[in-house]
Write a protein that binds this ligand. Structure first.
Ligand code: ACO
Length: 451
């Protein structure tokens, strides 16, 4: 923070910036004391500039107040860019719709982790590394048997992923790049195995071991749906649709679960524990639980004719009802992932010969009405990625309780990439937000008999 400023000079990039070299600043004037504070402005590659307030407290004695991070950039990241007003989502610079159309999930995973699309040999090595780690320590099976049969699979996933740190002691040293890499591969590789086990356990079927001759998505479908008594034929259209769902959910910059992973990891916690923290955060209906909530909502509406009444309830603040799958903290335009998901949804239903699917019909009618309604237009509420993903998953035979689990499989790649980026940052520190305290001032303890 400084008092000098020269308005026409270019804005410095983060890390290029030194406090004696401030060329662009924002001025904060304390009207109580008249003191002015010059705060450096920093440019990203895309998106809004940020005001660097790292020294604000030391220099001025003030904190900033931003509950729920409405205007706060919590880190400097090179992984994902979102322009919520334009409806743009880029991973390492590549638009999400191009990746969903031309790439595959493991290639996107490589891109997110390493920053560039892999060359053919790099892709082959990465795929081999991931498939090499798909099996779980056999004792994990015993661990699973401790869960109640009727547990929600997200509860099982939270516990089982956290428990991986008790099975893989040789990849817990976060200061060793090789161990970090092995832990990353293990998490990406084992997540579908754990997810499918959570499902099999809930329906009382035997666990199915991974098959390394199959693609990532085909292997997951096989572990979900095959049984020892019969041959299971993988439908390539459904495997492709699953792969696309995974690509569309792979990363989304500093959302609640990713910020949770970064926050947990900032203390030096091991990656398995950090990803378990991310899974816990993802579970909530305002985040990853929304695709499950969309299906429950559509079932509750029950029929197209009931939609106007439902919309009326959504608009009534006292009713406390939200149109699930609509709205987003960042997108104030159509979520670009929802556009791809909508197309994919029609492809899957066509492939499966599902005509006049009532939930899809209701979803389309809801979307049509909401997009024309002043309430939604004014608040810039558009369908998000979860509005259609539930319908595709349901058509594939995936039970509703597994929807968020599949989101977690995909997002593991984003979480681990963001965790890696944070750990590799020079001078990385523990995250420690501050607060505006509005509780009781200091007071004397009152003994029980006098209260
Ligand atoms: N239905 C009805 N009204 C809504 C909705 C909705 N889905 N979403 C927002 N609003 C209204 C709010 O009531 C508020 O109205 P007001 O200004 O009259 O008070 C206004 O729109 C702004 O909403 P906020 O709650 O301030 O928006 P915020 O950014 O905090 O919330 C969120 C974003 C949590 C995603 C919200 O839109 C929501 O709950 N949507 C439904 C759940 C959902 O689909 N979540 C998935 C998100 S995407 C993902 O995680 C993959």
């Amino acid at each position: 923070m400084t008092k000098s400023s020269t308005p026409d000079a270019p804005t410095p990039k983060l890390n290029e910036h030194s406090l004696s070299d401030v060329r662009k600043t924002a001025t904060l004037i304390d009207n109580l004391t008249g003191i002015r504070f010059e705060l450096p402005l920093i440019d990203g590659t895309l998106g809004p500039k940020v005001i660097d307030i790292r020294k604000l407290y030391t220099d001025s004695g003030y904190f900033t107040y931003d509950p729920a991070f409405m205007s706060t950039a919590s880190c400097d990241s090179k992984i994902t860019f979102i322009d919520g007003d334009q409806g743009i989502l880029l991973h390492r610079g590549y638009p999400i719709d191009e990746l969903a159309e031309k790439s595959d999930f493991l290639e996107v995973a490589y891109l997110l982790l390493h920053g560039e699309l892999p060359k053919a040999s790099e892709k082959q090595t990465f795929e081999r590394n991931i498939t090499y780690h798909t099996m779980l320590h056999e004792q994990v099976h015993e661990f699973f048997r401790g869960f109640r049969r009727d547990s929600h699979p997200m509860a099982v996933l939270c516990g089982a992923v956290g428990a991986l740190s008790s099975f893989y002691h040789d990849s817990l040293d976060i200061h060793d790049p090789q161990q970090r890499e092995i832990a990353s591969h293990r998490l990406i590789a084992k997540m579908p195995t754990l997810a499918a086990m959570a499902y099999k356990y809930s329906v009382g079927q035997p666990f199915v071991y991974p098959r390394n001759d199959l693609s990532y998505s085909s292997n997951f479908l096989n572990m979900m749906f095959s049984v020892p008594a019969e041959k299971y034929k993988i439908n390539p259209v459904l495997a492709k649709a699953m792969d696309r769902i995974l690509i569309l959910h792979a990363d989304h910059e500093q959302n609640a679960s990713t910020s949770t992973v970064r926050m947990a990891g900032s203390s030096g916690a091991n990656p398995f524990a950090c990803i378990a923290a991310g899974i816990a955060s993802l579970w909530g209906p305002a985040h990853g639980g929304a695709n499950e909530a969309v299906i429950l909502m559509l079932k509750e509406i029950g029929h197209k004719n009931n939609i106007p009444e439902f919309i009326k309830m959504v608009k009534d603040k006292n009713a406390g009802v939200k149109l699930m799958g609509f709205g987003h903290r960042v997108y104030k335009n159509y979520d670009p992932r929802a556009t791809v998901m909508r197309r994919s949804c029609h492809e899957v239903l066509d492939e499966l010969g599902i005509k006049n699917e009532p939930l899809l019909e209701m979803a389309m009618e809801l979307e049509r009405i909401a997009l024309e309604d002043e309430y939604f237009i004014e608040r810039k509420l558009y369908p998000n990625v979860d509005f259609y993903s539930g319908i595709i998953l349901r058509a594939m035979g995936i039970p509703t309780s597994m929807f968020t689990v599949i989101f977690a499989i995909a997002r593991t790649v984003g979480w681990i990439s963001q965790w890696k980026e944070m750990i590799e940052e020079p001078g990385q520190k523990i995250s420690r937000p501050r607060q505006l305290y509005s509780g009781a001032p200091k007071r004397k303890y009152v003994p029980l008999h006098k209260r």
